[in-house]
Ligand binder design. Structure first.
Ligand code: SF4
Length: 323
């Protein structure tokens, strides 16, 4: 099973993106000036979903750098949701914040750079060799760990054989009951989900794949077909993603997205709000607005189309999110 996705499939320059959208001067400046912080990176599949002549298109805002990312606030560090993460890192690649479950930070690489994201790679690295061995030793040594969440970056990025090896190692640990993979790969790069890749994933059941859909237009026919095939293969699909200002913060958009996900056997699990990091404040929604949106959904669609709402608890400095 070889890597079926390559640099040819990504867009990193203004000229390449110009083939898909008519860029505004502001977008061009955003692309140039954000290069040092988080360069633009978009898959060709996703670029094909962008509206050519609408700069307000939420999907454009998802992936085209904006000057708003350069704005810094005096309390950025203080409110950074993940500022205390190092405290919960017993070894490189593991975040053990809650009893029974750990995050395995498998790679820092992503198929595309979501502009709201706090984790996008500076330098792409994957946990392998000795570093993976140490992380696995930690998982083996703590018998209370029953739930391992492959995250990143995007764990589906990179060499499938390497991912298969890591999944096999984790699956062989007797006390690990559940493996989860959080990924936007079905949305950014549905073409990587060959029959071979789906079969490989299905060997590690019970396996939960957590999509992070943001907008119903991301659910293209190709994406929906991937979700159907993963579900047919016995992989449990859950949706967990943020509600973001200007991208999906209205009830109709969310309802449409969750209902379509459910049609493709992907159950809304968590929605988050207010996950802050430097440069993403323009996407941040306040708690009251987020609660209002969820209440509106509760009154207008099936209960299983409505996710739990979750955020950082500023009072006790705990994140009540990520499962
Ligand atoms: S794929 Fe996930 S980790 Fe990567 S930039 Fe998007 S939200 Fe962040």
């Amino acid at each position: 099973m070889s890597e079926c996705w390559s640099k040819r499939d990504i867009i990193t320059t203004e000229a390449q993106l110009g083939g898909y959208v008519t860029l505004t001067e502001e977008e061009k400046e955003g692309i140039r000036r954000c290069r040092q912080i988080m360069p633009m990176k978009i898959t060709r599949h996703y670029a094909g979903l962008l509206e050519r002549d609408n700069p307000d298109d939420p999907l454009r805002k998802m992936v085209i750098p904006s000057l708003a990312e350069l704005v810094r606030y005096a309390n950025d560090e203080e409110v950074d949701t993940h500022k205390d993460e190092a405290k919960y890192q017993p070894v490189e690649g593991i975040i053990h914040r809650y009893p029974g479950k750990v995050l395995l930070m498998y790679t820092t690489a992503c198929f595309a750079h979501c502009r709201f994201c706090f984790r996008s790679e500076k330098v792409a690295t994957t946990l392998d060799g000795l570093r993976l061995d140490k992380a696995l030793d930690y998982l083996r040594s703590d018998e209370s760990i029953r739930d391992v969440i492959f995250t990143g970056g995007d764990p589906m990025h990179g060499n499938p054989e390497r991912l298969e090896h890591a999944l096999a190692e984790v699956r062989s640990i007797p006390h690990v009951e559940i493996i989860r993979i959080t990924t936007r790969a079905p949305i950014f790069a549905p073409e990587i989900f060959t029959d071979e890749l789906v079969a490989m994933l299905s060997r590690f059941k019970p396996l939960i794949l957590i999509t992070s859909c943001i907008h119903p237009r991301e659910l293209s026919d190709e994406v929906c077909s991937v979700l159907d095939r993963l579900s047919d293969a016995g992989i449990v699909l859950l949706q967990q993603g943020p509600i973001l200002r200007g991208l999906n913060d209205d009830a109709d958009t969310l309802r449409k997205m969750y209902e379509k996900l459910v049609q493709h056997r992907t159950i809304p699990y968590y929605a988050t709000w207010g996950i802050l990091s430097p440069g993403n404040r323009h996407f941040s929604l306040d708690g009251e607005s987020a609660r209002k949106l969820i209440r509106e959904l509760e009154n207008t669609t099936s209960g299983f189309c409505v996710p739990h709402l979750s955020t950082l608890d500023q009072n006790n400095n705990k994140t009540r999110t990520i499962g």
